[in-house]
Design a protein around this ligand. Structure first.
Ligand code: PLP
Length: 397
């Protein structure tokens, strides 16, 4: 018999995955070109050419044991050194490979951190709307998710609400900027104020409160916005990174965690995260991909491609009367539902073979998320359907 937690996960299961499956069924019925599936954050831009070249080079240059064998749980030190150098060049940091732990994507990194810091009933704060998978990452280890508010127009975190929710059981707060699902980037002002708040609360309560910065969209920013790096803002910061979106490698499961020297008992925490990786059964991040990404840290995905999608969708939907948050990063458009129950809106869109995800999957009803990491044609061809949808809801003037 299944455990009660898996049973309830099966019932509540990922809304996003369910939509993705529905899209596949629709595509089989109506033809893939007639279905506009905006449900999943699966990047459509190809991985940079260098990824393929490096895979071949790595296979040709090492013996089998060196590429495919076991290694330290944190990953190859030469790979971690290269990642540290890359961060130091870009963000004026002073990391060495010892500050980096290679992980099984961002999800693997987040789970290793949660396993390392959570005791049963400890609380992890998240800011609405948030990536729904955080619920599992926290409850996997007996922790509790505590939802905090953001401001409804800017979707910047509401610091007064966060302050009111911090107590002795607060182990950390997850932030994600550029944000999935809003596309919003938290301002420097907000991040500095959040850091000051966490520092104040640590002193008041005599505890460590970790800032866990989940950054799979770090380089996916538009309009020349500067990429942030948070370890400079607050001492107890974990940075979690993934190559899933930045190099279009989500199936390869490769990322890393940064543990800065400034973190309280950094060496011990580092050891804890490494043991957690082993205890969780990941053992280490995929070995071949570690060697590959080490040579591809300066590669970039085609941000201009997503920017074109962003503009096309934002301009058209705004013209049709939808109220959208202008994305500053990532590849999601956050749209206000024209009716209170956004599920009605999601279901109405299916009539035009358009699939997107309800906001309540991100802890924030009344909105929907449109993932525009799709082909230009998908966007173009979906627009007449969006126009009809706007007309159905009386938005079109
Ligand atoms: N965090 C956020 C905010 C995401 O959007 C995703 C994937 O969509 C992840 C984490 C998981 O990333 P990965 O595929 O690297 O595990």
């Amino acid at each position: 018999m299944l455990s009660s937690s898996i049973n309830s996960a099966l019932r509540g299961s990922s809304v996003i995955r369910a939509m993705f499956n529905e899209g596949r069924e629709m595509a089989a019925k109506f033809g893939a070109e007639n279905v506009y599936d905006f449900s999943l954050g699966n990047p459509v831009t190809p991985a940079p050419e260098k990824i393929g070249t490096e895979i071949k080079r790595v296979i040709d240059s090492y013996d089998s044991l060196t590429i495919h064998g076991y290694m330290a749980n944190a990953g190859y030190i030469e790979v971690r050194d290269k990642i540290a150098d890359n961060l130091n060049r870009r963000f004026d940091t002073k990391f060495s490979g010892k500050n980096i732990v290679m992980s099984v994507g961002a999800a693997g990194g987040m789970n290793a951190i949660m396993k390392s810091i959570i005791d049963p009933d400890d609380e992890i704060l998240v800011i609405k709307p948030y990536f729904g998978e955080y619920r599992g990452y926290v409850t996997n280890f007996g922790g509790k998710i505590v939802e905090c508010e953001s401001f409804k127009d800017s979707f910047q975190p509401d610091l007064a609400d966060i302050e009111s929710k911090i107590n002795k059981r607060t182990k950390g707060i997850i932030i994600n900027t550029p944000n999935n699902p809003t596309g919003v980037i938290y301002t420097d002002e907000t991040l500095k104020a959040l850091s000051a708040l966490l520092l104040k609360k640590e002193k008041e309560l005599g505890t460590d409160i970790y800032l866990i910065s989940d950054e799979p969209y770090r380089e996916l920013v538009y309009d020349g916005v500067k990429e942030n790096f948070l370890t400079g803002f607050y001492h107890n910061t974990f940075v979690v990174y993934s190559f899933s979106k930045s190099l279009s490698l989500p199936g390869e499961r490769i990322g890393y965690v940064v543990i800065p020297d400034e973190m309280e008992s950094a060496g011990e925490v580092q050891g804890g995260v490494e043991i957690a990786i082993r205890m969780l059964g990941y053992v280490n991040a995929p070995s071949l991909m570690q060697r590959v990404v080490a040579e591809c840290v300066d590669e970039k995905t085609d941000v201009a491609f997503y920017d074109e999608n962003r503009k096309m969708l934002l301009d058209a939907l705004t013209e049709y009367g939808f109220s959208c948050v202008k994305p500053q990063g990532a590849f999601y458009l956050w749209v206000k539902s024209p009716v209170e129950d956004e599920e009605e809106f999601v279901n109405a869109a299916k009539k035009y073979h358009i699939l997107f995800v309800k906001g309540s999957a991100f802890g924030c009803g009344g909105f929907v998320r449109i993932a525009y990491c799709v082909s230009h044609e998908t966007i173009k061809n979906s627009l007449p359907g969006f126009k009809e949808l706007a007309s159905d809801f009386g938005l079109l003037k």
